[in-house]
Design a protein around this ligand. Structure first.
Ligand SMILES: Cc1cc2nc3c(=O)[nH]c(=O)nc-3n(C[C@H](O)[C@H](O)[C@H](O)COP(=O)(O)OP(=O)(O)OC[C@H]3O[C@@H](n4cnc5c(N)ncnc54)[C@H](O)[C@@H]3O)c2cc1C
Length: 393
């Protein structure tokens, strides 16, 4: 049976799909979201309790997305009347020998967007932030306005808000194929139904190429299985706690690692390597690197970093390990574009492990693309064309 369902169908109800639906609903567009699993689930990229958000980036195209993102997260928090953001501040640590350019471009972007911040030389880092230790060749930039987004709370809040605004959010419906009929009609098929709409937005996270195969396209994204590790704070006063205003930390060396102060598990600090092991999202956990579900090489890298940079953390092993996924592009930048042959198929993908914070602005972009309105930001840095690859299957 065919159900004329919506003007726009968003496939994938993670944080990016939900914000896209939010913007569509704001503009009075009849919108449906199809999510393959029932909520809450842990088979995508948006689950878990915490994500870092920051006022700026060293790359101007991301720095530009942050003011709107901050404003909208705050509006969501105000509307929901619950805490979605914890303001801990953020310390970004650069190896000044290898990353001088990145360091200065971050400073430029902070100034351009009028974000108050200060620079901490490597030798002063442990004095300014007891519990951290970095070599003298490092420099830190601290900005007080960044912090933690309560990720699960954010998506739960968004879901109820968009439903209140009329979005038809359907769980447990995996889209099996999409078929563009003409410029104003796409057929979207699930196992039991066939829907039609004018435009479809694909925010399918790590699963995107499975669906794009049905429209003869493959984009250069690689899903990876990411281990989320929590480490024990050994200090008596629990200095690494969000309650004690310990900041989020990003150590911007390559590959970089980061930490989020203890919050969800009291006394356990989330310290993770920013990367993972390639996987197929449907069989992500069938091929765990070892019986404990961890990639030993990645873990050893991280363990050494925890030992050298966090003076009061038990670096012998993580106390808790959870699993999530990244969808990585070759240059770690987002991919926001139309299907090359069908402008009513919009793709939002490749968030490469940093797409939560920006999702309000990215949702705005994707909604405008679906409606053929001018996107509020330049799409050039996010285009499919930048990959000089054969995208077709
Ligand atoms: C461990 C970890 C830490 C991170 N830390 C940060 C951070 O600190 N700050 C930050 O900004 N970002 C961070 N990120 C990245 C951020 O969480 C992701 O970029 C973001 O959640 C991506 O959202 P998404 O909606 O694209 O994907 P997802 O959340 O994966 O949503 C896609 C959805 O599509 C559904 N779907 C797929 N195929 C179909 C289909 N055929 N039919 C129906 N539904 C389908 C999936 O089930 C899924 O629910 C982190 C990610 C991880 C894994």
């Amino acid at each position: 049976m065919t159900d004329k369902s919506a003007d726009v169908i968003v496939v994938g109800g993670g944080v990016v799909g939900l914000w896209t639906a939010y913007h569509l609903a704001q503009q009075g567009v009849k919108t449906m979201v199809l999510e393959q699993f029932s909520y809450p689930h842990t088979r995508g990229s948006s689950h878990g309790q915490t994500r870092i958000t920051r006022t700026s980036y060293s790359e101007p195209e991301y720095a530009a997305l942050m003011p709107e993102a901050f404003r909208r997260w705050k509006d969501l928090q105000d509307e929901a009347g619950k805490e979605l953001f914890i303001n801990t501040g953020l310390l970004t640590v650069y190896d000044f020998v290898k990353q001088e350019e990145e360091f200065y471009s971050m400073l430029d972007n902070l100034s351009t967007h009028d974000v108050s911040h200060y620079v901490v030389p490597g030798i002063s880092l442990s004095r300014s932030f007891p519990g951290l230790s970095f070599p003298a060749n490092c420099k830190g930039i601290y900005d007080a306005d960044s912090g933690i987004l309560m990720a699960d709370q954010c998506t739960t809040t968004l879901r109820s808000l968009i439903v209140k605004r009329g979005v038809d959010l359907r769980e447990g419906e995996r889209v099996l194929s999409i078929k563009p009929v003409n410029a104003k009609k796409v057929i979207v098929k699930t196992a039991s139904k066939s829907y039609t709409c004018a435009s479809v937005v694909l925010t399918c996270g790590a699963y995107v190429n499975k669906l794009l195969a049905t429209v003869n396209l493959k984009i250069p994204v690689q899903p990876s299985r990411v281990e989320v590790t929590y480490w024990k704070d050994k200090s008596a006063e629990k200095k690494y706690s969000a309650l004690n205003q310990f900041p989020c930390v990003i150590v911007a060396e390559s590959p970089h690692y980061y930490s989020i102060p203890s919050h969800e598990y009291p006394g356990l600090v989330k310290i993770c390597w920013h990367g993972g092991s390639s996987c197929d999202p449907d069989t992500r956990d069938h091929s765990t690197p070892d019986s404990a579900g961890v990639n030993k090489q990645n873990l050893e890298f991280l363990r050494r970093k925890v030992q050298s940079s966090y003076t009061d953390i038990d670096a012998s092993k993580p106390a808790v390990t959870e699993v999530c996924m990244y969808t990585e592009t070759p240059d770690s930048k987002f991919l926001l574009d139309f299907h090359p042959e069908h402008k009513n198929i919009v793709i939002g993908s490749g968030f490469s492990g940093h797409g939560f914070k920006t999702s309000p602005s990215v949702g705005h972009i994707l909604a405008n693309m679906a409606l053929r309105l001018q996107p509020p930001y330049s799409l050039e840095p996010f285009s499919l064309k930048r990959f000089n690859t054969q995208s077709k299957l």
